[in-house]
Design a protein around this ligand. Sequence first.
Ligand code: IPE
Ligand code: IPE
Ligand code: MG
Ligand code: MG
Ligand code: MG
Length: 309
Amino acid sequence: MSSDPSAVDFSRLLEEERELVNRRLEDIVAGQASAADYMREALVYVLLDGGKRLRPLLCLWTHDMLGGTRRDPCLDVACAIECMHTYSLVHDDLPCMDDDAMRRGKPSCHVKFGEAIAVLTGDALLTLCFEHLATLGERWEIDSSVVVNVMQVISRGAGADGLITGQALDLMSDKLEPNLQTVVQIHERKTAALITSAMTSGAIMAGANASELARIERAGMLAGGAFQIVDDVLDVQMDGETLGKTPGKDAKDGKLTYPSVVGLEASKKRALEMVTEAKLELGAVARDSATQRRDHLNELLDLFVSRSK
Ligand code: IPE
Ligand code: IPE
Ligand code: MG
Ligand code: MG
Ligand code: MG
């Protein structure tokens, strides 16, 4: 137990906010009432058990930091993004991609349910993300232009220009130039793009203007880049039990990673720098009335670097 009272407060806040996200995700899965039992079982398995919920927290806290007043609808947006992210993990683990047997501390979806059901579970989550966003207006009094804007931002981050191309490049690692520029491009697409979408969609829900959105976007790309650098570092340094996934996988598969190009120490240093730069962007747009939330976001970004899983 930490003796620093603010650290205790922050971890309690994290727990409470994660609980909010988890409860709303449970409602979302419960809404898939006529799905086949085994499909619902797979959805519950991948979505409701495990996961740090970092993207939903980024979405919600960016909204709060910008003085947003749509917290409850924003929780729906945050959960839609978690559906999108979880789909990307389920497919990332498939034998045709990273062929990873462990995810979130347990057998990955295709190991537990078979490959076809894992593909379908990912498809279901991707679709569920947009279904949930498309029905925002039915649940909350919210302008349809805001909903469309959020859908655009999330589809861009997750689409062929973003996460999908990032994943494709990552899988072609052995055919690409093994330099920093290539790694940065992979990181920006496969990870930072969706993390940025999480933050910008929270900002849109808060009614942010164009210059605020530009700052948030930069913060997202920096934070997302740092997050993936640390993911690469942890793959080298951590054990499977702590990580909840198979360690040493990137080197084994010949993946182009930040440490493989610049080494571990330079990777950690760059992740720290990027988080520092991201915080400056956030500080420039935080509302005076929401400096506490800005501090929470800053702490969350610190966690991006200091985490062990
Ligand atoms: C893992 O993301 C995939 C990457 C983009 C590195 P997280 O580390 O956020 O995974 P969960 O959601 O906590 O399982
Ligand atoms: C995954 O990158 C990024 C996405 C899922 C889009 P990794 O392949 O490094 O993620 P982990 O290490 O399996 O979580
Ligand atoms: Mg991968
Ligand atoms: Mg992987
Ligand atoms: Mg990884």
